[in-house]
Design a protein around this ligand. Structure first.
Ligand code: ASP
Length: 223
């Protein structure tokens, strides 16, 4: 998968030249900083709230998150997520059997971060100033769009169109917005790997959270 992703990016740079490199590197780094901050803050706080070690959680969730990273599909990772929930985390079947499939379709932490950053990047690229109202609109539509995003590779990039439209950035043929959107599409594989990994991590966290609150988490797996 990583080799394929680099081959796709090669096409963008061969068409756009090196001038596209700086801005796209900036978007990629910002997005991954967002992902890491989300894990460091939200995952840690949620684990501490249910009194489990964040490091143990990250260690257990490693296998589904890596699978999501290379397959770029929350839905495709579901068998691994369920196996981990069952065998390594001690989550009862009636909880993970509901929470994980629902999470794989509805819960998209990584996709929301990606949508927000890319919408702001495209607005900057075409010289549109976003006021506070427009930024709040991006947050709201990114949440709604992420809920509607399918757990398959590249689905979030389609939903980005909806977020852009909500702040008046229409992707019309030949427009500057379309050119900026095409740049993002060129590196979508790289962004999709990280966001899908975070999406799956979030689903697992949700399932553990519910199991612990229901007092039905098998704590012998966490010792
Ligand atoms: N590939 C992501 C997933 O399966 C969805 C997206 O493209 O944002 O979770």
């Amino acid at each position: 998968a990583p080799i394929g992703a680099f081959a796709l990016i090669f096409i963008v740079f061969s068409k756009q030249g090196v001038k596209a490199f700086g801005p796209l590197l900036g978007v990629t780094i910002s997005t991954y900083i967002g992902f890491i901050a989300h894990v460091a803050l939200i995952f840690t706080l949620a684990c501490l709230a249910i009194k489990i070690s964040p490091l143990k959680f990250l260690n257990k969730v490693k296998s589904p998150m890596i699978t999501a990273f290379v397959t770029r599909s929350s839905g495709g990772t579901l068998p691994i997520s369920m196996k981990t929930a069952d065998e390594d985390m001690g989550i009862p079947r009636q909880i993970y059997g509901f929470a994980l499939p629902v999470g794989a379709t509805v819960n998209m932490n990584g996709t929301i971060i990606y949508l927000g950053i890319c919408a702001i990047f495209i607005a900057n690229a075409v010289g549109v100033q976003l006021d506070m109202g427009a930024k709040l609109t991006i947050i709201l539509t990114a949440v709604l769009a992420a809920v509607g995003t399918a757990g398959v590779p590249g689905a979030g990039a389609i939903m980005l169109l909806m977020v852009l439209e909500s702040v008046g950035l229409k992707v019309e043929s030949g427009s500057a917005v379309a050119a900026a959107y095409a740049l993002i599409l060129g590196i979508d594989a790289i962004l999709d790997m990280g966001r899908t990994s975070l999406n799956v991590g979030g689903d697992m966290l949700g399932a553990v959270f519910v199991a612990k609150n229901e007092n039905s988490l098998d704590m012998s797996k966490w010792e």
